[in-house]
Design a protein around this ligand. Structure first.
Ligand SMILES: [Zn+2]
Length: 208
């Protein structure tokens, strides 16, 4: 039995003061650290949104679009985001309080400017894989717990892909270790994850 913790995008860009801040996003850092230190995990993985400056999910790349408008990217509907988590910038770095030295593997995503990548496992068009599912399989991971930012986008898509791409692996979402962008979106995300077979738990279930 190999237990892994997957931390989704706990980066400056998604915390207060960042370019795409999630309300109260930095509150997940303490939860992550508690789980890292005393959660009994064999492996800790962190995903990192890692965009080139001209990424097509940025409203700045679409004349006439404002952040949070709907637009299109490579023919698919796409939320137009503020520029965020640009490679090599402070915005893309992990939150400074996160115990990054205890992370065994960092999975970067969102490097292709022509497609967004909410999931840590594959691009939104489901074609290009990041390699994370193969890595977890090579480590014989049997249980995967996820948490991070944001519940209604990157956490949701990562959890659903984990169910889809890692058959036989028990997938749990640590709800108090997540924060979302839109309250309705968060509710829908939790329902979609539960429907797909993700067990929704609190960190107090694992650590005190
Ligand atoms: Zn992004």
């Amino acid at each position: 039995m190999t237990k892994a913790l997957l931390l989704i995008d706990i980066q400056n860009g998604f915390c207060p003061g960042g370019n795409l801040p999630v309300a109260d996003g930095d509150a997940v850092v303490a939860v992550a650290n508690r789980l890292i230190e005393t959660g009994g995990y064999d492996l800790v993985i962190a995903s990192q949104d890692w965009h080139p400056a001209n990424h097509g999910s940025f409203a700045s790349q679409h004349p006439g679009k404002k952040p949070f408008d709907m637009g299109e990217l490579s023919g698919q509907p796409q939320v137009m985001w503020p520029d965020h988590c640009v490679q090599g910038t402070l915005d893309a770095e992990f939150h400074p309080d996160l115990h990054v030295s205890r992370v065994d593997y960092v999975q970067r995503k969102g490097e292709n400017p022509d497609v967004d990548s909410y999931s840590a496992f594959r691009d939104n068009d489901k074609s290009a894989l990041t390699g994370l599912s193969d890595w977890l399989t090579s480590k014989n991971v049997t249980e995967l717990d996820l948490m991070g930012l944001a519940t209604d986008y990157c956490v949701r898509f990562s959890a659903l892909d984990a169910i889809d791409m890692l058959p036989g692996v028990k997938v749990r979402l640590i709800a108090d270790g997540c924060r979302g962008i839109d309250p309705n979106g968060v509710e829908q995300a939790l329902a979609a994850m539960a429907d797909a077979g993700v067990e929704i738990i609190e960190s107090s279930h694992i650590v005190s």
